[in-house]
Design a protein around this ligand. Structure first.
Ligand code: SAM
Length: 253
């Protein structure tokens, strides 16, 4: 089965100017009065969640494990006339950024769940080394605790329309006996009420509890720790209700 991130064109079907605008608005509200002018995303992928922040005046840099996602990110940034510095790197080893410091280092797109739980604190440590004193460390994640509790399996998405075709995405999640979760993604491409193409992918995640990350932020001396729903407009303060969240903390000066 082909890998989703080798098909950055399919991954990006979700993109639209409307979505980019919503992402910008959400980040601006989330950032509030925090001083963030330079931002490194260590799971930038094709840049869907980070490139829109360029219009807020934030200088974006990024790394990712997938060459295909990075090359699509580069193409989109170049097309906007706002190139970004990109590196291919596993976030468990961020030595490629050594010597640089950023106002904010972030992992976007629920990427921390890709590594084993024991690696999550290690990734946060590697990210922390690239945060300026007084800067911010941040990640977003699905609320794995809620997912494990609810065990919802079927996720249907609104169709995308491209070049006169309708594209449907269905996800079915398998809860494996070892606690990991496999996302089965099926894209069907339709014209004239008939499917003419199907693309199937599997993504394997290792759910981790909030405390694993929270304890690491605290152990590294981070303060002003905030947990918000993602998107922030959902307003709830009850973590149990959040489908997806962002955690941010401030590094000591
Ligand atoms: C769901 S995508 C999110 C991409 C982008 N942040 C966005 O929101 O559109 C997850 C990304 O995490 C990357 N990734 C997975 N494991 C990684 C690792 N160990 N190190 C760095 N990136 C990783 C994948 O290549 C993929 O681009």
């Amino acid at each position: 089965m082909s890998q989703l991130y080798d098909r950055a064109d399919i991954y990006d079907l979700i993109e639209s100017e409307q979505r980019s605008e919503a992402i910008r608005k959400d980040w601006a509200e989330f950032q509030g009065s925090r001083e963030i002018h330079t931002l490194l995303d260590v799971s930038i992928g094709s840049g869907g969640m980070t490139l829109p922040l360029q219009e807020l005046g934030i200088e974006i840099s990024g790394s990712d494990l997938s060459e295909a996602m990075l090359s699509r990110c580069k193409m989109k940034a170049d097309a906007k006339g706002q190139p970004v510095e990109l590196k291919c790197s596993d976030f468990r080893n961020l030595s490629c950024w050594e010597g640089k410091l950023f106002d904010c280092v972030v992992s976007t797109g629920n990427a921390l769940g890709y590594v084993e739980n024991s690696d999550v604190p290690l990734v946060l440590e590697k990210m922390d080394r690239l945060v300026k004193p007084g800067g911010y460390l941040c990640y977003d994640s699905r609320n794995w605790e809620k997912i494990r509790r609810d065990k919802q399996r079927f996720y249907l998405y609104n169709p995308f329309f491209r070049d006169g075709n309708r594209i449907n995405l269905v996800q079915v999640w398998d809860h494996n006996p070892d606690g990991s979760i496999t996302f089965n993604l099926l894209y069907t491409f339709e014209k004239d009420n008939r499917i003419f193409q199907k693309e199937e992918f599997q993504e394997h995640y290792h759910p981790f509890g909030l405390d694993l990350a929270l304890d690491k932020f605290k152990a590294m001396g981070y303060t002003e720790i905030g947990i918000s729903p993602f998107p922030v407009s959902l307003k709830t303060t009850d973590f149990n209700e959040m489908e997806w969240y962002r955690l941010i903390g401030r590094k000591p000066e």
